[in-house]
Design a protein around this ligand. Structure first.
Ligand code: ATP
Ligand code: PRP
Length: 253
């Protein structure tokens, strides 16, 4: 056993004895709802702030600690057991493809993966109203999600060249870096502002609760209790939102 593994093992043993739960939360768009959810199930997150340089927050009454990570790093922290559980977008989970257990759909951070390209250069239409994507074979796709993009096109029997970028993906086709993009769309405003048109939906994503597989065995009750409380909270939130709709009855119809 390597020294690092030994230390990790000892740290884990100590945490299990103390029953300490480490929760990894994504900084950025998903943080406010993540904190609201945790506070809603009795973990007081009032001290957790993204704007401080502090990255680890103890919640002693809840026998927990919260760590704030880059969203794309959450699956890594959880896979290695540096965090027992984490909240992360399904998009990131698919792209990072780490060995973690997906426990719960937290139902916020809704977004869609799409293929988009300059509005004036979209492929010809098919009889069913969709676009004939076959003309895009062997073209370049700018994306933060090369795995998702490649899987989508290879399932269609096509090959594309992914160009990995870290942000502002919509710029790439405008300046000739790629013919198309695979990216997240929420309101569609960024596509419109950059004169891009959606040519194919890929999949929909929301935030998920994930767990380290060893933690799930060693801290089963703690993690399950947290997941159950969160599930209840999420269902209550969804029911409340539905009952706000005209004629809503607080139930999905
Ligand atoms: N426009 C959006 N609307 C709703 N949810 C979104 C939107 N964009 C991203 N998300 C969701 O929020 C998650 C985090 O996005 P955010 O923009 O905060 O971080 P990021 O910059 O993508 O992460 P990183 O810094 O690790 O690259 C995404 O993985 C996705 O699940
Ligand atoms: O459909 P919309 O509501 O306009 O949202 C979509 C945008 O949101 C995300 O970008 P983000 O804000 O995370 O910035 P990034 O380009 O730096 O990733 C995504 O990559 C799109 O650019």
């Amino acid at each position: 056993m390597k020294a690092g593994e030994q230390i990790e093992g000892l740290r884990r043993e100590k945490d299990v004895k103390r029953n300490l739960l480490t929760i990894a939360l994504p900084k950025g768009k998903l943080l406010p709802e993540s904190l609201a959810l945790l506070s809603g199930v009795g973990l007081d997150c009032d001290e957790v702030r993204e704007d401080s340089r502090k990255l680890l927050f103890e919640i002693p009454e809840g026998e927990a600690q919260v760590i704030i990570c880059r969203p794309t790093d959450i699956p890594t922290y959880v896979e290695y057991g540096a965090a027992d559980v984490g909240f992360v977008g399904k998009d990131t989970l698919l792209e990072e493809n780490k060995d973690v257990a997906e426990l719960l759909d937290l139902r916020y951070g809704f977004c869609r993966f799409v293929v988009a390209m300059p509005a004036g250069k979209t492929p010809p239409r098919l009889a069913d109203g969709g676009y004939d994507l076959s003309v895009l074979n062997h073209q370049r796709v700018a994306t933060k999600f090369p795995r998702v993009a490649q899987t989508f096109f290879s399932d269609l029997g096509m090959q594309v060249t992914p160009i990995k970028l870290h942000g502002n993906i919509e710029l790439a086709p405008r300046v000739g870096l790629a013919e198309m993009i695979v990216d997240i769309v929420s309101t569609g405003a960024t596509l419109r502002q950059n004169k891009l048109a959606e040519v194919a939906p890929i999949l929909e994503a929301t935030t998920r609760m994930v767990a380290n597989r060893v933690s799930l065995r060693m801290k089963y009750e703690r993690i399950q209790n947290l997941a159950d409380a969160l599930r209840e909270q999420v269902q209550r939130g969804t029911a409340a939102r539905l009952s706000d709709l005209p004629g809503g009855k607080g139930e999905r119809v």
